[in-house]
Write a protein that binds this ligand. Structure first.
Ligand SMILES: *Cc1c(COP(=O)(O)O)cnc(C)c1O
Length: 394
């Protein structure tokens, strides 16, 4: 008997995380190019002001990535060599990479399986004399238990620098993500909820840190150095710190200005897709994401069901490959960081250290959740997941 060749659910490939980009930002980018002011300038200032208002913070500084923002957040708040910084292993590499960039040591604390966020009940056990900060990550846009984290931080005099790469729309007990803790950093990377191609934003209510982020992100030149070629006439700048080249360009801000205007519209679209997935996957060997916690808004950045590998006959990676064969692109958020060679080899982490993170790491698969998806696209995702699950269910 010859085996029938698989006919994919879709003809064309559904790219994971492909952003929705509309005419307004395309025109704004073209306008930027024609204006002659392409790099950091008036549009970055406008985007910063829009974002600051949206977050309700005193300060918002745009940079070329969230990674750059996390790096600067640690420098301006005085963290450095020999410090221990607590974070989650269920995050993107950048969160912990920047800790090593300043010569500090990442200390992972296991997650809560339900929320997939750092488990506050396990934090205090990991605090030592050298602990200086906690970096919570609002995984997939679900806020961490910030009351618990803030009270631990207060008790032990720790800074709270939040990685809010997934969490622009996140609200925790009436507070937006940017307004909790000491410094918060957002990402506008291409797959994120607001996209500028590459981009990031730092928010804080601390004036000194805000000014330093701006200066250190542009070579450490004194305040407002980008003005020096404007029609107000050349102004001398002074180098006050050997800074970095982390500034955002107006071309990027041109995208952000219009993306940010549509943030609620896009959030609603992803909310709808989320509900549709939740309903469709009830009967399948998938553990669907937990509902949003009371008094919170989930930013719906990633839809990350866990594949119930005890009930289905294939591994997560095989499941992902099968979706690929159906022309559905997916992501993995994340392979737990302590299992990556650099972290395992440098800090001696091994499998077994963070069982909840490993549980998620082995089973998680991110399905497409972009505001760009059509009804047909999401039907294709559902049908492909069903097709594979039914074939392998044991
Ligand atoms: C995307 C992401 C980052 C990095 O964002 P960039 O803007 O690409 O630097 C950091 N942390 C998390 C959790 C992310 O998902």
């Amino acid at each position: 008997m010859t085996q029938k060749k698989n006919k994919p659910i879709r003809k064309n490939y559904l790219i994971f995380g492909s952003p929705r980009v509309e005419e307004a930002e395309i025109n704004e980018v073209v306008d930027t190019l024609r204006s002659g002011w392409i790099s950091t300038g008036p549009k970055v200032a406008r985007f910063e002001e829009m974002f600051r208002k949206y977050m309700g913070t005193r300060y918002a500084m745009a940079l070329h990535s969230c990674t750059a923002g996390l790096h600067l957040a640690m420098i301006v708040s005085g963290l450095g060599r020999g410090d221990e910084i607590i974070t989650t292993p269920m995050t993107f590499a950048a969160t912990a990479n920047v800790i090593t960039h300043i010569g500090a040591k990442p200390v992972f604390v296991d997650i809560d399986k339900r929320s997939m966020n750092i488990d506050p009940n396990l934090i205090e056990k990991s605090i030592t004399k050298r602990t200086r900060a906690i970096i919570p990550v609002h995984f997939a846009g679900r806020p961490c238990d910030m009351d618990a984290i803030m009270s631990i931080a207060k008790k032990h005099h720790l800074l709270v620098i939040t990685d809010a790469a997934h969490a622009i729309e996140t609200v925790y007990k009436g507070q937006r993500a940017g307004n909790i803790g000491d410094i918060t950093v957002f990402s506008f990377y291409v797959t994120k909820n607001v996209c500028t191609g590459e981009g990031g934003m730092v928010t804080t209510n601390n004036k000194d840190w805000a000014e330093k982020v701006q200066m250190y992100g542009l070579h450490g030149m004194s305040k407002g150095a980008w003005h020096r070629y404007s029609d107000k006439g050349f102004k001398h700048y002074q180098v006050v710190f050997p800074g970095y080249k982390y500034n955002m360009m107006d071309i990027q801000a041109a995208l952000g200005i219009h993306q940010l205007k549509r943030i609620n519209k896009y959030h609603k679209i992803r909310e709808k897709i989320w509900k549709k997935y939740d309903q469709a996957f009830q009967e399948l060997p998938l553990i669907i994401p937990a509902p949003a916690e009371k008094d919170t808004i989930h930013a719906r950045h990633l839809y990350t069901p866990l594949l119930d590998i005890d009930k289905i006959g294939i591994s997560r990676d095989a499941f992902q490959q099968a979706l690929h064969n159906e022309n559905i692109g997916t992501g993995i958020h994340f392979v737990a960081l302590h299992l990556h060679p650099y972290y395992a080899n440098t800090f001696g982490f091994k499998r077994g250290d963070f069982p909840n993170a490993e549980f998620v790491s082995d089973r998680t698969i991110s399905l497409p959740l972009s505001a760009k998806l059509t009804e047909e696209d999401t039907d294709d995702v559902i049908n492909a997941v069903k097709k594979i699950a039914e074939k392998h269910y044991i």
